[in-house]
Design a protein around this ligand. Structure first.
Ligand code: GDP
Ligand code: IMO
Ligand code: MG
Length: 430
């Protein structure tokens, strides 16, 4: 049975949530494998909007198993609140349909404090993080001082783990002029939240191995986008995890051979939240129009997203680094009514033409886009559910993107709603 990985192919917010929700009808298990509640995935089902941050988008279908894998960093207090919010919208969430890997590292209150304190400093360049403690939590995981879900089950281990973390963090906080961590209060808070998390804890790698033996289909839900990847993104203006498709395997504990199809989610133009280079960014009326028509405000922080033309150079590059088999092109409808559309087909740097984004930060900041201009369309594509409903110019735009990124379109999305999706190739087909 085919297993599919969904990943963002730009700077996040490409519409992963909508596409995962649409595809999850065909899957048995939906698994998050990296990131945390920095993600914001929006689903619109029968007129109701669901905003998911830490929970996999499959959770709205109670007959599917949703999994939070070990590649994720998890804020237990946030998760409990998010479960309550989504339950309040009529969704059933129980240990039968939600599992959390026992080896998942936790985001603790001091991670968020550190994240925000660093971002507030004027001496270092800001990243524009979501302020949710993602970076500091991953640092502790790699630094071997994280507290993991399984540690919540044994009080002696929990105390020892806290002491290990506090030695490091109190030294750091003192240097930053912050108060030391209140050990007693932290321990009490963790003891209180522990049972609410432990009821979902499971050996996820074993559960997934059993599901695979039983011929079940797994849908892996990525967060962020390839240009925010810790290795291949626009470093240091990135998130603190690997977000490329390869991470799906280690982020839950399966072999890389289990991945049959990588679906890259691609917005029909480009957006970015936070700081960092963005070659096709627009500061004019076109940029403002994209933002207004696309409602480009962050799902997690409400910040205005920066907008620009489609960058084929970047997407060709991220389709390579994630091994994308086909893309889902989203928000085509946002381009309705533009007289002309531009696509970036190369960069110029110091008089040379480049067909990729260089790694050096100063060069990333200095590349200027080379554009190709395409004719727009005046008809509406909003809500289109078949190719036949699309104007000829819209089809030309999509076909040109396929050519330039060297990757076929498997799905097209024409509105936030679940059904407004055009299937070209079924990623789950064997
Ligand atoms: P994610 O983080 O990749 O899941 O994307 P977000 O949910 O943060 O942002 C995508 C936004 O675009 C959400 O508000 C979606 O409801 C919306 N959206 C998704 N697909 C489409 C589409 O095809 N057309 C339009 N107009 N909106 C879309
Ligand atoms: P989804 O899954 C867009 C960005 C932040 C910031 C940088 C680092 O909804 O696509 P972090 O808090 O992760 O340390 O912030 O990464 N960022 C996102 N941008 N979509 C996301 O998730 C993002 N998650 C993080 O804005 O620039
Ligand atoms: Mg988002």
């Amino acid at each position: 049975m085919a297993n599919v990985v969904v990943v963002g192919a730009q700077w996040g917010d490409e519409g992963k949530g909508k596409i995962v929700d649409w595809l999850s009808e065909r899957a048995d298990v939906i698994a998050r494998f990296q990131g945390g509640h920095n993600a914001g995935h929006t689903l619109v089902i029968d007129g109701t909007t669901y905003k998911l941050h830490a929970l996999p988008s499959g959770v709205v279908r109670a007959d599917k198993l949703s999994v939070i894998g070990n590649g994720v960093v998890l804020d237990p207090w946030h998760l409990v609140k998010e479960i309550e919010t989504i339950r309040g919208q009529g969704v059933k969430i129980t240990p039968e349909n939600l599992m959390i890997a026992e080896n998942t590292p936790l985001i603790l209150p001091f991670h968020g404090e550190l994240d925000r304190a660093r971002e507030g400093q004027t001496t270092v360049a800001r990243i524009g993080t979501t302020g949710r403690g993602i970076g500091p939590a991953y640092e502790d995981k790699v630094g071997r001082r994280a507290i993991r879900v399984a540690d919540l089950a044994d009080d002696a281990t929990l105390e020892a783990r806290i002491d290990r973390a506090l030695v490091h963090h109190n030294a750091l906080r003192s240097g930053l002029g912050m108060e030391p961590i209140d050990r007693t209060a932290l321990l009490a808070e963790l003891r209180e939240i522990a049972p609410q998390i432990l009821r979902y804890a499971a050996p996820v790698w074993r559960v997934l191995a059993e599901k695979r033996r039983a011929g079940k289909r797994i849908l892996f839900e990525g967060a962020q986008g390839a240009l925010l990847d810790i290795d291949f993104g626009t470093y240091p203006f990135v998130t603190s995890s690997n977000v490329l498709a390869g991470q799906a395997a280690t982020g839950v504990g399966i072999g890389p051979g289990a991945i049959d199809f990588v679906l890259g989610i691609v917005k029909a133009y480009t957006t970015r939240v936070g700081e960092g280079p963005f070659p096709t960014e627009l500061h004019d009326d076109d940029g403002q129009r994209l933002g207004e028509r696309g409602h480009e405000f962050g799902t997690t922080t409400g910040r205005q997203r920066r907008c620009g033309w489609f960058d084929a150079v970047l997407v060709r590059q991220t389709c390579t680094t994630s091994g994308v088999s086909g893309i889902a092109l989203t928000k085509l409808d946002v381009l309705d009514g533009f007289e002309e559309l531009k696509i970036c087909v190369g960069y110029e740097l110091d008089g040379q033409r480049l067909d990729y984004l260089p790694t050096a930060a100063d060069q990333q900041a200095r590349v200027t886009p080379i554009y190709e201009t395409m004719q727009g369309w005046s008809e509406s594509t909003a809500g289109a559910r078949s190719w036949a409903e699309l104007p000829a110019e819209a089809i030309k735009y999509v076909r040109r993107i396929e050519e330039l990124i060297d990757c076929p379109v498997a799905l097209l999305s024409t509105s936030p709603a679940r059904e407004d999706t055009i299937l070209v190739t079924d990623p789950f087909a064997d």
